[in-house]
Design a protein around this ligand. Structure first.
Ligand code: CDP
Length: 242
């Protein structure tokens, strides 16, 4: 969408003062819900997200069971009050798509073969949305899964890069998402660098795509450090007592 809004000023600063390779402020807290096996509250810019993990438990209905591995059911949901125009409650095309891509990303990092016939359920509730909620939701899910003690190859980290005013930048904010040229959300396994999710909205040249991908991978590594710190903040005090 074209607009008269200037997304980058003459000094290279973005609308919220960030440089091209800066993330919005991220705050993560692990283990916030006592009924869930594992949980996480995450703020990413103005996004506010809760993730809760239940299971592994017997998959129901039975015909959904896989005799060789657990199934991973991520459910991304936006609260009616999370967006500017009230969102009609319940699943829609967009939330089904996001649930599907997040489920597939998590299936590729969780050691699902350890839990045949089981289901691992991951609920992602978006309380406040301001662009980049699938990345923020997947990042929160990673922390909640680790908090639940679900064995994984690594803790998945997610982040997007995009293009605004013909420049490749990290982590688009709301106006940048609305009026920018492209958005490239990814998720990786930070240690191996394996890509777990990659989507693209808009157009990028091959060169811009490579730049955006590298920027997003670096962003994921920063996100990964914040995830690990949140888990250490919760578990280190207990380790020190032992
Ligand atoms: O949130 P994400 O960037 O992963 O997905 P999107 O489909 O690109 O949506 C971008 C943003 O549009 C969301 O983060 C919300 O802020 C907003 N949105 C909205 O206002 N109303 C909706 N029904 C869906 C999204």
């Amino acid at each position: 969408m074209k607009s008269d809004i200037k997304l980058i000023d003459s000094k290279g600063k973005r609308l919220d003062g960030r440089k091209f390779d800066e993330l919005r402020k991220i705050k993560i807290e692990a283990g916030v819900l006592h009924r869930a096996e594992g949980s996480c509250y995450l703020e990413w810019g103005e996004n506010k997200i809760l993730a809760a993990v239940y299971g592994p438990r017997e998959a129901i209905p039975k015909h959904t069971q896989n005799p060789l591995r657990a199934i991973v059911k991520a459910r991304y949901n936006m609260a009616a009050f999370s967006v500017e125009d009230r969102k009609r409650p319940g699943p829609d095309r967009r939330s089904r798509e996001i649930s599907k891509v997040i489920s597939e990303a998590l299936e590729n990092i969780i050691l699902t073969e350890k839990y045949p016939r089981a289901s691992i359920d991951v609920n992602i509730e978006v309380l406040d949305a301001e662009a980049g909620t699938r990345c923020a939701g997947l990042t929160a899910a990673g922390v909640a899964l680790a908090d639940a003690g679900i064995p994984m190859k690594d803790i998945p980290a997610s982040c997007a890069a995009g293009k605004i005013e013909d420049q490749v930048v990290l982590d688009l904010g709301k106006e940048e998402d609305n009026y920018g040229n492209a958005d490239l959300p990814i998720a990786i396994s930070p240690r191996s660098g394996e890509v777990l999710l990659l989507q693209m909205d808009g157009h990028l040249t091959e060169d811009e795509f490579n730049k955006a991908l590298n920027l997003a991978i670096n962003g994921c590594k920063i996100v990964s450090d914040i995830q690990k710190k949140a888990l250490l903040d919760k578990y280190q005090p207990a380790l020190e007592v032992d």
